[in-house]
Design a protein around this ligand. Structure first.
Ligand code: PEP
Length: 250
């Protein structure tokens, strides 16, 4: 059985004190055993304080980004080793906001994935098409190119801790969630891609999350789809009560 994962992506929101308050509230509200893995991705400045605040709970930590470089003279960068050092289990790689606002190419994403894997954390590779690409009926060729280029040089054994997040750009932060049939269609396609490239066992094992305007009203229907193994939640995860509500709907 594939594990289920729900990730809160706080993006560039919350100071250290706000982050501590939010994870402490989450920790208290989620004190029972959860069937899904709950992961919080605060901004870099809050990672270490959150690590301390969630200790003793089942909540795990994710970083929202990582450097493509290992270490050295790269002012402003944060390395995979630094993230491992503060107990990050997951790292988001190639979020569409990184790709569109900060010009991250598939080639840069590939280097970042290698860094995360080298330091034995789980990368969450974010992929997804724009509205223009979908309207031009090029969703699958676009995603195929993203996967092929981002995974270049990686072998089956590198992908054992891998997670994919399908996030159509037109659904992120817009309130326009993809329909459940659109979501299942793409998730099924992604699973087929992994089965063809890396074998059935790996394709069946890889968790594929959906992200894009997930809320307490649509989470449960999305999670019922056969190839949906979890959620990447942005806006609705900022309020711990809403995020817990989403978790409880899954
Ligand atoms: C995201 O940040 O990955 C995301 C899906 O955002 P939102 O839930 O706000 O659409």
């Amino acid at each position: 059985m594939r594990k289920k994962i729900i990730i809160a992506n706080w993006k560039m929101n919350k100071t250290v004190s706000e982050s501590i308050r939010a994870v402490t509230e989450l920790k208290n509200k989620l004190s029972g055993k959860q069937e899904v893995e709950i992961v919080v991705a605060p901004p870099f400045t809050s990672l270490h304080p959150c690590e301390i605040a969630i200790s003793g709970s089942a909540i795990l930590l994710a970083a929202q980004n990582v450097s493509e470089f290992d270490q050295g003279a790269y002012t402003g960068e944060v390395s995979a080793n630094m993230l491992l050092d503060i107990q990050c289990e997951y790292v988001l790689v190639g979020h569409s906001e990184r790709r569109t606002i900060f010009d991250e190419t598939n080639q840069i994403v590939q280097k970042k994935l290698k860094q995360v894997l080298e330091y034995e954390m789980s990368p969450v590779l974010c992929i997804g098409e724009s509205e223009l690409t979908r309207k031009a009926q090029k969703t699958f060729s676009f995603i195929e190119e993203q996967l092929t280029e981002c995974l270049r040089g990686l072998k089956e054994e590198d992908l054992l801790t891998f997670v994919v997040a399908y996030e159509p750009i037109w659904a992120i932060g817009t309130g326009n969630t993809a329909t459940t049939s659109q979501i299942q269609e793409v998730h099924g396609w992604i699973r087929d891609f992994f089965e063809k490239q890396y074998g059935k066992a790996l394709g069946q094992a890889i968790p594929i999350l959906y992200g894009g305007s997930v809320s307490e009203t649509n989470a449960s229907e999305i999670m019922k789809q056969k190839d949906v193994d979890g959620l990447l939640v942005g806006g609705a995860s900022l309020d711990p009560e809403r995020f817990v509500n989403i978790i409880q709907h899954c």
